[in-house]
Design a protein around this ligand. Structure first.
Ligand code: IPM
Ligand code: MN
Length: 354
């Protein structure tokens, strides 16, 4: 089976970690009888500086032909904030209708957790973040810009269709995970009496179709507290785009930091894009000190999405083995080995486990 993969290494440390992900994919390819056909795209800050282009329409059309997209990081110190993020990352999510942002929060054995008394048995949940609506639509504008009378308006767009398809994905995932079979809706119904109210009504309306799934609700502010105090309460969490953005940074730190957190921008009917969620880390660029585990875990999610569950399980096992036995820390510069050495080790373990 050949999988055609678009690779966007991007900015900063993106290319370094993507190289390790590809190393691991190539290591499992032979034993799992898979072929990868990679096509690299030079999208990112450097291309923007040279040509003014972010993600041209022609490239969007090309990306639609791939089975998946593997992304490193977007963000460049010489480019004003927002240009590349909106122009490349958000544009890809929207144009390819990747309406789910799937972010597992898993504490690997042996990884330091900042929460006192919590271990891998307590931190094992998935956040399903809506990825194409809400505050991210960019609906709004300025009035009397730059004057003392200035007004700024930014509106959260929530469509019933968009909410329903996200909830359906989350209910199905809770069933498929078969862990606690529990789905928690996170919103702010006590203040957002329109947007969160729509989410809540849609959630209640769908729940009877999933009698095997226990449903729960938490306000987003309280969720931040529970993630720290009782992370073991969560199995699958579903929420809107901005709340999902915020709570998954908290999720990342309780699972050991940005060096391990991976995510998938999923279009269940189209092309999905997998990325480490940590960003381009400009200060570490070229030093070979950043942790490639997040990028390798993103590659593992991609294998899962491609239906290569045997290879995905081997990579998952290899990450866990390296994290628990070999890495001194998950933090950049403190791993006790280089970015490339971590990749070598995980590639080796993955071929042993397959
Ligand atoms: C993320 C990031 C992006 C987001 C930024 C870079 C636009 O924080 O993937 O979580 O807000 O979605
Ligand atoms: Mn974020």
């Amino acid at each position: 089976m050949t999988h055609k993969i678009a690779v966007i290494p991007g900015d900063g440390t993106g290319p370094e970690v993507v190289a390790e992900g590809i190393k691991v994919l190539n290591a499992v390819a032979g034993p799992a009888n898979i072929k990868f056909d990679y096509h690299h795209y030079d999208l990112g800050g450097e291309r923007y500086k040279k040509t003014g282009e972010t993600l041209p329409d022609s490239v969007i059309e090309e990306l639609k032909q791939f089975k998946a997209i593997y992304l490193g990081a977007i963000g460049h110190p010489d480019v004003a904030p927002g240009i590349l993020e909106k122009g490349i990352l958000l544009r890809a999510r929207f144009a390819l209708d990747q309406y789910i942002n799937l972010r597992p929060v898993v504490l690997y054995p042996g990884v330091d957790c900042p929460l006192k008394g919590k271990g891998p048995q307590d931190i094992d949940f998935v956040v399903v973040r809506e990825n194409t609506e809400g505050m991210y639509v960019g609906a709004g504008g300025f009035h009397k810009h730059g004057t003392p009378d200035e007004v700024a308006v930014q509106t959260s767009i929530n469509t019933r269709k968009g909410v329903d398809r996200c909830l359906k994905f989350a209910f199905e995932l809770a069933r498929k995970r078969n862990k606690d079979k529990k789905l928690t809706l996170v919103a702010k119904t006590n203040v957002l009496t329109f947007a969160s109210n729509l989410w809540f009504r849609a959630f209640e309306a769908m729940a009877p179709q999933y009698p095997d799934i226990t449903t729960d609700y938490a306000h987003v502010d309280a969720t931040c507290m529970w993630f720290v105090k009782n992370p073991e309460w969560f199995d699958v969490v579903v929420t809107d785009n901005l709340f999902g953005d915020i709570i998954t940074d908290l999720g990342a730190i309780i699972q050991g930091g940005m060096g391990v957190a991976a995510g998938g921008n999923i279009n269940p009917e189209g092309v999905s894009m997998f990325e480490p969620i940590g960003g381009s880390a400009p200060k570490y660029t070229g030093l070979a000190v950043v942790n490639p585990i997040a990028a390798i875990a993103a590659a593992q999610m991609m294998l899962e999405q491609l239906g290569e569950s045997k290879a995905a399980a081997a990579v998952d096992g290899a990450i866990k083995k390296a994290a628990s036995q070999d890495l001194k820390s998950m933090a950049a510069g403190k791993m006790g080995m280089s970015t490339g050495e971590v990749g070598d080790l995980i590639a080796k373990y993955a071929t042993e486990l397959i």
